[in-house]
Design a protein around this ligand. Sequence first.
Ligand SMILES: *Cc1c(COP(=O)(O)O)cnc(C)c1O
Length: 393
Amino acid sequence: MTFQALKAEEQQYVMNTYSRFPIALDHGEGATLWDVEGKAYIDLASGIGVNSLGYNNPVIVDALHGQAQKLTHVSNLFTTAPMVQAAKTLVTATGMGKVFFANSGAEANEGAIKLARKYSFDKYGEGRSKIVTLLNSFHGRTVTTLKATGQARFHNFFFPFTDGFDYAEANNIESVKERADESTCAVMMELIQGEGGVLPLDASFVKAAEAFCRERDLLLIIDEVQTGIGRTGALFCFQNYGIAPDVVTMAKGLGGGVPIGAVLAGTSCCDVLTPGTHATTFGGTPLMCASANAVLSVVNDPKFLTSVREKGAYLRERILGLGSPDIKGVRGMGLMLAILVDADRRAGFVNALIEKGVLPLTAGADAIRLLPPLTISYAEMDAAIEIMKEVFA
Ligand SMILES: *Cc1c(COP(=O)(O)O)cnc(C)c1O
C-alpha cells in the first residue's frame, strides 16, 4: 500500500490522537529505516528511545523468535525463567532489592506511586500521601501520572485528577523543601527532563534532594523511563549522579522495541507491594522479558556503555563542528542529546531533516531531541551529519 492509501484508512479507522509525520515506515536495519515507498532515513529517534539496539538486531530477533516458539504468555499465577532472569539482572547491576514488571512507563510510574504511598501508610498510617515532583517534568498519560507531570497544560479536560501531587522548581532545593510537608511520602524526578527539553538536573541539587529524602524518610523515586538502559552512557542515569534512589522506574529502551516497563525498588521498600495490592495481566510476560534479557545482555556491559558515551561525544562534537549560527548549543548526556535552535524555526529544521532523510524528535520549546539507537554506527552518524550540514547551512 502507498502512503496515501494507508493514510486515508488511518484517518478513517484510527483515533486522531497524534500529529504524525507524512511517512509510513516499513522496515529497518541497524539505525536505518525505510518507508513504504522505499526511501531510507537515518533514525535518530529509536521510536521514542525504545529501539535501543536498532532494527533487525539478531540478538533481539533470535531471543523473540526462540521465546515465541516456547511460550509467549503465561499469567502471573506462574513463575517463568525469563522474568526471573530479567529481575535478577536489574537487581544485580544496581545493588537494589526487587522488581515489579509493568507494560509501559506510565504504568511503571503508577506502580512507584502506589509503592511510595503504601510504604508510608504501612509505617506512618494514613495522611502521608503527597508526592513532590518537578516543574517541567513528564511522567505519563494516565490520569494519575498526568497529575504527577509538573506542567499545567497536562492538567486539563480529564477532571477530576488524582490528588496528592505538588511541584517544586528543578535545581532549587529550597523549593523542594517548601513543597514537602508532613503529608509528603516521596519525591519523584527525571534526572534529565526528557520531554521537557533534555534538561539535565544539577548534580548538587540531586545530591541535596537525596539527603533531604533520607532526613524525612521520603522515598526518592527516579523516573528513568527515558534515561535508563544505557541511554546516557550508564545502565541507569542515577549511576552518573552517584545517588542511591529508593525506586527507579524504566520502560522505553528496556524491551528494545517491545512494550515492557519495570519498577525497581531498593531493599528498604521492595517488600511493600504484596499479593492483592498490585498486579497487571501482561506484566513480566516471557516474550517481553526474553527481549529485555537480550537488550540487557548487550547494554549491561562496561565496554558497551563506554561506546555509548564515545558516540554521544562524537555526535555532539560533529554537530557543534558544523559551526552553524542556527545551532545555539547541544546539551544532554550519552546518546540523549538536544540541538538547541530558535523555537520558531524548529519545525522548519525538523521538516527539512526528515525530507532529506534524518528522523529526529523534539522536546521542550527549542530542542531538536536525538535518541538514536545505542548501536548506531559511525557511518550512520556521519551520514546524518552530512544531512544536518545541508539543513543548517
Ligand atoms: C515516555 C515517558 C513516560 C511515559 O512512558 P509511556 O511508556 O509512554 O507510558 C514517563 N516518564 C518519562 C520520563 C518518559 O520519558
